[in-house]
Ligand binder design. Sequence first.
Ligand code: FAD
Length: 519
Amino acid sequence: MTTGSNRIKHVVIAGGGSAGWLTAGVIAADHCAASDSGLQVTLIESPDVGPIGVGEGTWPTMRDTLRRIGVSESDFLRECDASFKQGSRFNGWRDGQDGDYYFHPFVLPHGYTETNLVAGWLQRHANVPFADLVSFQPHLCVQNKAPKQVATPEYAAVANYAYHLDAGKFGVFLRKHCTERLGVRLVLDHVVGIESHPNGDIAALQTRSQGPLVADLFVDCTGLQSLLLGRHYQTPFVSQKHVLFNDSALALQVPYPDDNSPIASQTISTAQSSGWIWDIGLPTRRGIGHVYSSAHISDDQAEAELRRYVERVAGAAGQANGGTPRKLTFEPGYRQHFWHRNCVAIGLSAGFIEPLEASALALVELSAMTLSDQMPATREAMDLVARRFNDSFTYRWERVIDFLKLHYVLSQRRTSAFWRDNVAPASVPDRLRELLVLWRHQPPSRYDLHRIEEVFPSASYQYVLYGMGFRPEPAVATRRADDCDRADAFFREAAALTGKMLAALPSNRELLTHIRRRA
Ligand SMILES: Cc1cc2nc3c(=O)[nH]c(=O)nc-3n(C[C@H](O)[C@H](O)[C@H](O)COP(=O)(O)OP(=O)(O)OC[C@H]3O[C@@H](n4cnc5c(N)ncnc54)[C@H](O)[C@@H]3O)c2cc1C
């Protein structure tokens, strides 16, 4: 039985960006913050420091998260200028030649858990891109199709999907939902200091005008400043700059030529001389940005590449109306641990790696769910939960880094120092190197990645590996799972599904217009 004064009754979240509000929403919904008997949840947000305002690509997990906190999907789509995302398209990553592109869709390969599709693909269809053969989703993306029909219920999918969203509007939307519906108390004030208990726990956050904010557990969502975990506790930062070189970004908002322009169903990532450009379609505009390594290219050169891209995809009008790019800098890496004493960091305060697979918000969701599910009942229980949390999330950060590096390691581009440096053995994590040896003889399988809630499933490794041109060595002996006739049956089913879906699904623009008008 939990008794006494060391019970966890009040959680304070410092920071009101996407991380702060998602965490507040998950904890408040799960722990009944709106009722007198629930956990008390307070969020403090500075009137002086705005949220970072970027972060437009999400994962399908966001559907579960929004549903879990009681958000209406239609309201979310309308108020956050959100659109549907069905995966990523990588342009020019393999060798930069004409026709160099591939998809990493959200849908698993058709028949993935049933047989070895890779053997069937290589033996009979090696001239067809892997993802195009095993999944209907790339074909939907090429035609800018929505992942569901007008009559499909909220959050349900015909084709697995996530969202693209306006990060600024998302924060405002979540704040309204959390404070009006979930019982989260908002304090608008600036944190100016931290008061400690004799044992080193945080006792209270000192605010500029409203006195101390006392709580039992503090969540650091203060962004790159990492005020609690980083600055107060001096938790070391584990830099990953030697693995993933990108540390700068230039972000633009580019208008569509007209109101009926197609809305892309996937994030488009186009390789550049020393980084890559993201291109995200929202209903009212595109978000386009260049992520690059400051050690390999100057800001002016990066901006010139960005402008050339915008001119190519959006014409001179898009170029003229896109305005001045916003510059952001970051150190790629993560904290040595994320939960220390009675303080846990979620979001940019825990770490950040370039947004190549939009993994940051997904890690925020996973952190918030883990914290909420394993919310310690007492201070005594906290250190054990913290240890387990740190172990899980260190593992997850390492897997994110492996997976992003995979894109660079497999590239044949050698036209600039950036791409050449990316294949230097010293820049490749040991575990990734081992997996690449393993995958010379067998396709990535779920037995290679064995944790529950792996950030990237083995199917994602297959999409990137084979999309990037990696080919395993011929099999030395046949296995039962290498049955090409069986694989062929799945390929035929995938093709039939493609035909049916292309005929039945509206375009992204049509479905979003319908939802926005239904208000
Ligand atoms: C270029 C770029 C592109 C990205 N693209 C993606 C993407 O496509 N997908 C994705 O998932 N993620 C992406 N991210 C990451 C994503 O933006 C963040 O993970 C997400 O926005 C969460 O940010 P945050 O809430 O941790 O921090 P922030 O948004 O920076 O919020 C920090 C909060 O702390 C508060 N604060 C700070 N100091 C104080 C103080 N002294 N007192 C009180 N409050 C304070 C501020 O008021 C603010 O509310 C991208 C990041 C960058 C840099």
